[in-house]
Design a protein around this ligand. Structure first.
Ligand code: FDA
Length: 305
């Protein structure tokens, strides 16, 4: 089921048609407050009153014209300004293919630099999402260049990739901000752990490796997972070697296990919700279904009146 859903996420024919179906639009509302920025800002204000920060991401990937990337960058500058004007504790996270990586990586880097500078100026942070493995090297190259100039900028790394431990070791001397995830794409066994146990073990050991540096201020660590049992196991190992819960920042996606995030926040873990919005939600939504095929039943129930 997971492989079929990830195949469907990449299928052009479905990508054009599914978003027009009323039941699919209803189902996706579970994972995003709306398609436009005002809906996302409103949801963020509600979370802020519960002392949970946010990360905004506007859905989109693999653009075909560089002018589209310029428009996306302009949108994120607006997001930073609007969030700042409302006093929100907000950061932004962007896919590099949404900033034109497939067309012109130097333009992409230029946009990242301006967004990171803007974010830093208002006390926020600019994050880079991690996409499929064909983009890992170029994404890391751009992040290393960005980090040298903008020390608050961050990157997402995927625990399912066998290479990630080496990538973490290379980044750690640069005081990085790392958002660790399990990984959302369909990667072959040659380069990725495929079993849940192996991915969880990798997530745990990478977290503790980064936390060792984060405790001394040499990194920022985000555990971006809904697996609260895994988070608590990592924090318990960390506690045994003197790492306080405050070092383990937790992030979850809007609409998934919000109660667990609030509970972890009340226990002293810094917490943020990633709010995705926008009309290009189809591939992103299919990856969410692939993570938990039980969600397909929820989507199909929206067919009922
Ligand atoms: P796992 O899949 O083991 O789920 C643990 C539990 O959480 C499940 O038992 C279930 O109860 C609940 N759960 C998980 N997913 C759910 C869903 N979709 N619906 C309902 N319940 C669900 N990936 C990537 O490759 N690049 C990226 O840049 C990012 N960025 C990112 C940011 C943030 C803030 C988060 C939380 C996640 C990402 N991801 C990502 C996605 C990540 O790689 C991964 O696919 C998902 O987080 C699902 O895996 P879990 O870690 O939650 O664990």
């Amino acid at each position: 089921m997971r492989r079929i859903l990830l195949w469907a996420a990449r299928n052009e024919w479905l990508r054009e048609r599914v978003p027009r179906l009323r039941f699919a639009r209803r189902a996706v509302r579970r994972f995003m407050p709306g398609e436009d920025l005002p809906s996302a800002l409103e949801a963020a204000a509600g979370l802020g009153s519960r002392r949970i920060g946010v990360v905004f991401t506007r859905l989109g990937e693999n653009l075909v014209a560089i002018s589209e990337a310029d428009a996306v960058a302009a949108h994120y500058h607006t997001v930073l300004d609007e969030a700042n004007a409302r006093g929100l504790d907000a950061e932004v996270s962007v896919k590099l293919t949404q900033l034109g990586l497939d067309i012109d990586p130097e333009t992409t880097f230029g946009h990242c630099r301006e967004l990171a500078e803007h974010a830093e100026r208002i006390g926020s942070a600019f994050w880079i999402d991690m996409e499929g493995s064909v983009y890992t090297d170029v994404t890391l190259d751009i992040y290393r260049r960005l980090l040298a100039e903008h020390p608050r900028s961050g990157i997402c790394l995927q625990a399912y990739l066998r290479r990630t431990v080496g990538d973490v070791q290379q980044l750690l001397p640069m005081t990085p901000s790392i958002r660790l995830v399990k990984g959302a794409y369909d990667e072959p066994a040659r380069i990725a752990f495929r079993s849940r146990a192996d991915v969880d073990a990798s997530f745990q050991s990478l977290s503790l490796l980064i936390a060792g540096r984060a405790r001394e201020g040499g990194a920022r660590l985000v555990l971006a997972t809904h697996d609260s049992a895994l988070i608590e196991r990592i924090a318990s190992f960390g506690g045994a070697i003197g790492i306080p819960p405050g070092v383990f920042e937790v992030q979850m996606l809007y609409g998934i296990r919000a109660g667990e995030l609030a509970r972890l926040s009340s226990q002293g873990y810094p917490a943020r919700t990633l709010i995705a919005y926008g009309d290009y939600w189809y591939p992103w939504y299919m990856r969410r279904l692939a993570e938990r095929p039980a969600n397909v039943a929820f989507a199909l129930r929206q067919l009922l009146p």
